[in-house]
Write a protein that binds this ligand. Structure first.
Ligand SMILES: *[C@@H]1O[C@H](CO)[C@@H](O)[C@H](O)[C@H]1NC(C)=O
Ligand SMILES: [Zn+2]
Length: 588
């Protein structure tokens, strides 16, 4: 046989092997081949193996390990360190790296573009005086001279008139120096319920000012609150594609720093879905996004504007829809069965009636979409459960198997699920409806929740976590409404105390309704395996096991046994997405 023929027959199987391996077929090969020593050497060419002090996998097969191998962006094996000692083909792994590994974290409810927008605005949080606010504005303007035009207003958030001796700010406070003359500036109050604008922005409004809409107020020259904000916002030049792209990328950078590898984007309009799809192939798209569709007109049916799909790289997924039941508790906007305890003439307001909510839910479900309904008040939660029940009955032929149908086909969720009548909590259990909960909302709202709801309703219905645990609650932050830091969310869930102050409502350490606390382990599942399940990504995300995406974080200390007081201050050492290091804490 000529030499080149021999060479051909020797090279061909190797090449085929390489190709098969690269396209991920190694998991299909029989185990006996995996154990063949020659194969191991071969495999190590295409795998990266990582060992750490400990690896918490959240996988029932092997809950604790020290090492895993990654190939093609997925975990190809997870194993104990002892195995390496017996196997010479692992020479490449000289020593285990320090640190404790967990599956990469997921936020079950956030807003990506809005978070990026917040990062691209003046941070006024914590400023203690008007002088400090003005200093920060001047500093920001020096760093961003291009902002402040009529097409690109300077934005900021975090001021509080309580720090201005309780005087509302006015437009003249924004005439800080020469650089601020003629600038377009819009600054959100700390609770985003008022905006404070410059004279230039005010000039865009008709003069004299039209009547202020109901539920709104202009509290000072240039300060518009609640429903009056719309008078200004209709003139706000919405960010275009370039700026939205920057918002997305800045947001992802920041989320990676917090150990976040994936998020559920709770309301993405069709044009943004298209932008995401385009960007999700980029190297710096480093957070997996499961987007909930929001039609251009809220609470409508728009199947022709969207499609159900996942990108091949697993970085972007669309198969759910967001509907909106009601508003927020703070402004008495959430829809209640019985009147508010501190406003007895009001039961809040529904954004949609029961008939429309059910038919929308059913229409989307019939197209194969998961439906996620925003519901805060107990009336809105009841209508959400009604809509899901009606839909399941219509969609599932065997009425005795509604729960199974929900789990296998729909996984309907309630976003926020804040105040739920005991009857409806029972119905959620019967149907297996998934609550999507933001633990920091509980600690942010605890100051007024009981006066809105009264003692009994608060105790029986509000901000439940442990009571809903068997439903596999998806946990999130609702960033940018709350900080995106998941360890603060875990702290709020495990202590029912404010992650900012470390204290409960009465300034103590017992926690607000401490019977609703979660364990650290359950809170961790709420930010990993539960959001994976709630996005039909179970087995792929939130877990370290063969075949799952190779997303993990490294912490200095294990979470188990950590003093709860330290939980809110945890920072991550490394974040990995698809086997790539996307964040490393400086100094490591
Ligand atoms: C529900 O709302 C829709 C649309 O606003 C309206 O057409 C319909 O009459 C309402 N149904 C009931 C029962 O109020
Ligand atoms: Zn939200």
């Amino acid at each position: 046989m000529p030499a080149h023929t021999i060479l051909f027959w020797v090279t061909l199987p190797v090449l085929l092997g390489v190709i098969l391996y690269q396209i991920g077929l190694q998991t299909l090969l029989p185990a006996s081949i995996h154990e063949y020593a020659g194969f191991k050497v071969f495999r190590s060419l295409f795998e990266d193996t990582h060992c750490y002090t400990s690896v918490t996998t959240l996988s029932s097969g092997l809950p604790n390990a020290e090492c895993f191998s990654v190939s093609n962006g997925r975990f190809s094996r997870v194993f104990e360190y002892d195995l390496i000692k017996q196997d010479s083909s692992f020479d490449a792994v000289k020593d285990a790296r320090a640190g404790h590994v967990y599956p990469g974290l997921w936020d079950g409810h956030g807003h990506l573009v809005q978070y990026g927008e917040l990062l691209n605005s003046v941070n006024l949080f914590g400023s203690e005086s008007m002088a400090e606010v003005q200093d920060r504005l001047v500093q920001y303007k020096a760093d961003h001279p291009e902002e402040g035009t009529n097409q690109h207003w300077m934005r900021g958030v975090g001021w509080d008139q309580a720090k201005f001796n309780s005087n509302w700010p006015t437009t003249s406070d924004l005439e800080i120096n020469e650089a601020f003359k003629g600038q377009y500036v819009m600054l959100d109050r700390v609770d985003v319920h008022c905006i404070w604008v410059s004279d230039k922005v005010l000039d865009l409004l008709p003069s004299p000012l039209p009547e202020v809409p109901a539920g709104g107020e202009i509290v000072a020259k240039g300060v518009f609150c609640d429903n009056a904000m719309e008078m200004v916002l209709e003139h706000y030049p919405k960010p275009g594609k370039d700026r939205k792209t920057k918002f997305v990328k800045d947001a992802m950078d920041e989320l990676n720093k917090l150990g976040i590898v994936g998020m559920h984007d709770a309301g993405v309009v069709p044009s943004e879905l298209m932008l995401y799809e385009e960007l999700s192939d980029d190297k710096d798209w480093t957070v997996r996004v499961n987007a909930m569709i929001e039609c251009d007109a809220r609470n409508t049916f728009c199947p022709h504007d969207v499609k159900k799909f996942s990108t091949p790289n697993g970085k972007f997924h669309v198969r759910s829809v967001k509907l909106f039941g009601d508003g927020a508790l703070g402004s008495w906007g959430s829809a209640m069965i019985d009147p508010y305890s501190d406003k007895e003439t009001s039961t809040g307001s529904l954004l949609v009636n029961a008939t429309v909510l059910s038919s929308l839910t059913h229409n989307w479900a019939a197209e194969g979409y998961q439906v996620n309904i925003h519901a805060i008040g107990d009336h809105a939660n009841r209508l959400a459960v009604d809509a899901f029940e009606i839909t399941l009955k219509l969609q599932c032929p065997e009425i005795t198997k509604l729960k199974r149908c929900q789990q296998e086909k729909f996984r309907f969720r309630i976003e926020h699920a804040q105040i739920i009548h005991p009857d409806d909590q029972r119905r959620m259990f019967e149907l297996g409806i998934i609550p999507s909960i933001q633990p920091t909302h509980a600690t942010s709202d605890m100051g007024y929740a009981e006066s809105r709801l009264g003692k009994q309703r608060t105790a029986d219905e509000a901000y439940r976590m442990r009571s809903l645990l068997p439903l596999g609650p998806v946990l999130g932050s609702d960033f940018p409404v709350e900080p995106a830091n998941i360890f603060e969310g875990m702290y709020a869930a495990t202590t029912r105390r404010s992650p900012r102050t470390g204290l409960d409502l009465s300034g103590g350490k017992i926690g607000w309704y401490p019977e609703e606390t979660l364990t650290v382990e359950d809170a961790l599942k709420g930010f990993t395996t539960n959001p994976a399940y709630g996005a039909f990504l179970d087995g792929k995300a939130g877990v370290i096991q063969e075949g799952a995406w190779a997303d993990w974080i490294v912490l200095d200390e294990p979470l188990e046994g950590l003093d709860l007081e330290d939980l809110r201050k945890v920072t991550v050492r490394e974040t990995w997405v698809g086997g790539e290091l996307v964040y490393q804490r400086p100094g490591h």
